[in-house]
Write a protein that binds this ligand. Structure first.
Ligand code: ADP
Ligand code: F6P
Length: 322
């Protein structure tokens, strides 16, 4: 019987821990007796034939590296049916029966389309945003937050020396998890997230004034990217309160760096689970964390889920960052 072959790709925004997931897929696949191909630059690699067979040493010494050794891409072309069929034909021509897709929910839509075209796909959540509704955790989130708290701690040092208000924008277009967790971990006086409608007077100005009354002279405000407007907010705080204010957008610093223990371990567990599914000819699933355990869900079911914001944690942050 011909040796079974699978492939692995990373797609969408990169995230620390993607390399750990790649390593797990390659090593688990080979251990289970399969050939494993690495696909370069997301779905584009399947359209351009940019793949390479991996061996155990191809993924040596990458578990601690940020970024993705397979590179990543956003492929507009792959959104077209014709391209999906072409990618599936290419997989068949190489004997590839399954693909592990490491990425966010956009990438999972691609995985669903490729499965529909006849190639079993398994999604592994890899994005710093933690914005995938079906999973409590996405690979990269812990590293990004740890980077963010280091940066905010540094910003607080200088804000404190100057009696200033520092407004820091962290990543998260549709999801305030990085802002919420970074905010609570750095004692931000206010946290603005896209999931909760805000009122600047009530949620920022009044909170600064209350804290000021107790003797505090410097303030940190954490704002999610999806809320934005940090430069305008800094100007408003200066005019309204007479407190010097500075805005910082942390940006892509949050996407790089060596993955934390949590990201390395979860990525390894998720990558292994994805390979187990493909080994058993199961496709159209997403590997997820539910109740702290690694399991899998149907992609359609997973993509239909709605994210639930941790309002209790937000309330705690508001109650203690005073
Ligand atoms: P993420 O995976 O981080 O959410 P994107 O939303 O940019 O990132 O999606 C990554 C890639 O997944 C896209 O560039 C495209 O190649 C593929 N993709 C996204 N949506 C679809 C779709 N509806 N059908 C097919 N492929 C898709
Ligand atoms: O999804 C991860 C993320 O870092 C978001 O927080 C951010 O909005 C987006 O990607 C930025 O993507 P890029 O700069 O790669 O286009």
């Amino acid at each position: 019987m011909e040796q079974k072959a699978i492939a692995v790709l990373t797609s969408g925004g990169d995230a620390p821990g993607m390399n750990a997931a790649l390593r797990a897929v390659v090593r688990a696949g080979i251990n289970m007796g399969m050939k494993v191909f690495g696909v370069y630059r997301g779905y584009n690699g399947l359209l351009n034939g940019d793949i390479e067979e991996m061996n155990l040493r191809s993924v040596s010494e990458i578990i601690g590296n940020g970024g993705t050794k397979l590179y990543t891409a956003r492929s507009e072309e792959f959104k077209k049916k014709e391209a999906q069929v072409r990618a599936a034909d290419f997989c068949r021509s190489k004997g590839i029966s399954g693909v592990v897709v490491i990425g966010g929910d956009g990438s999972f839509r691609g995985a669903r389309a490729l499965t529909a075209a006849g190639i079993n796909c398994i999604g592994v959540p890899g994005t710093i945003d933690n914005d995938i509704a079906c999973s409590e955790y996405t690979v990269g989130f812990d590293t990004a937050m740890n980077t963010a708290i280091q940066m905010v701690d540094r910003i607080r040092d200088t804000a404190q020396s100057h009696d200033r208000c520092s407004i820091v924008e962290v990543m998260g277009r549709r999801c305030g998890d990085i802002a919420l967790q970074t905010g609570i971990a750095t004692g931000a006086t206010a946290i603005l997230v896209p999931e909760i409608e805000h009122n600047i007077e009530r949620d920022v100005i009044a909170r600064i004034l209350n804290t000021q009354k107790t003797g505090k002279k410097h303030f940190v405000i954490v704002v999610a990217e999806g809320v934005g407007g940090v430069n305008d907010l800094a100007k408003y705080i200066e005019q309204r309160l007479g407190i010097e204010a500075r805005a910082t957008v942390l940006g892509h610093v949050q996407r790089g760096g060596s993955p934390t223990l949590r990201d390395r371990v979860v990525a390894s567990q998720m990558g292994y689970k994805a390979v187990e599914l493909l080994k058993n000819d199961i496709g159209n699933r997403v590997v997820v964390m539910r109740d702290g355990k690694i399991t899998d869900l149907d992609i359609n079911e997973a993509l239909d889920m709605e994210r639930v914001f941790d309002i209790e944690l937000y309330k705690i942050a508001m109650a203690i960052s005073i």
